[in-house]
Write a protein that binds this ligand. Structure first.
Ligand code: 5GP
Length: 177
């Protein structure tokens, strides 16, 4: 597939591979949280498709929360600055929270999100990320549930953007300028 501005998209993880892996992740979460209720927290915007697909596989009682964060401008490297663009709309105190992330790269966003949520005194917090770039990590964090460990490439699709484009792609590709 060819993108605008002469960028080239190479297919990387197919819809079928994503769907299968999400079923496996959900199975593990269902087993770990049997008998408990959770707050399923989706970070915006990149995690929307992952969140929509994984919650449909969860068999535990849950409610949705959304937290908008932004760390990247219009480039492919982290600005290092994370800001909240949309806040939670209900308390999470004394509740079990699972944060669903599209991708953990430097870990700056997840680390910020965890500090932000811990200040709201949940009973517990775990993190589930579809993609994890272990070699890019700059913070000592380890997601509890990981879909795929990937190398340090810039990926797009399945919720993830480049300058707000490509989020709607149903599979994950690597963008080469
Ligand atoms: P981190 O703070 O861990 O460096 O990055 C987290 C956020 O940056 C992700 O939620 C995502 O929005 C964005 N990001 C990190 N790596 C990539 C990537 O390879 N592709 C895209 N499209 N976004 C990324």
């Amino acid at each position: 597939m060819s993108a605008s501005n002469n960028a080239q998209i190479t297919p990387y993880i197919s819809r079928e591979q994503i769907a299968l892996r999400i079923q496996e992740m959900a199975k593990k979460i269902n087993a770990d949280y049997t008998g408990q209720e959770i707050v399923a927290l989706c970070t915006l915007k990149g995690s929307v498709l992952f969140f929509a697909d994984i919650v449909r596989e969860l068999k535990i009682p849950l409610r949705f929360e959304f937290l908008g964060t932004s760390s990247y401008g219009h480039g492919t490297t982290s600005s290092g600055e994370v800001k909240v663009t949309l806040d939670l709309n209900s308390p999470i105190s004394d509740q079990h929270v699972i944060v669903f992330e599209d991708i953990v790269d430097s870990g700056l966003t997840l680390s910020f999100v965890l500090d932000y949520l811990r200040a709201r005194k949940p009973a517990s917090i775990k993190t589930a990320t579809l993609l994890f770039k272990p070699t890019a990590l700059k913070k000592p964090i380890k997601p509890d549930y990981v879909g795929f460990e990937i190398p340090n490439d810039f990926v797009i699709g399945y919720g993830m953007d480049y300058a707000e484009k490509y989020r709607e792609m149903p599979y994950i590709g690597v963008l080469k300028p």
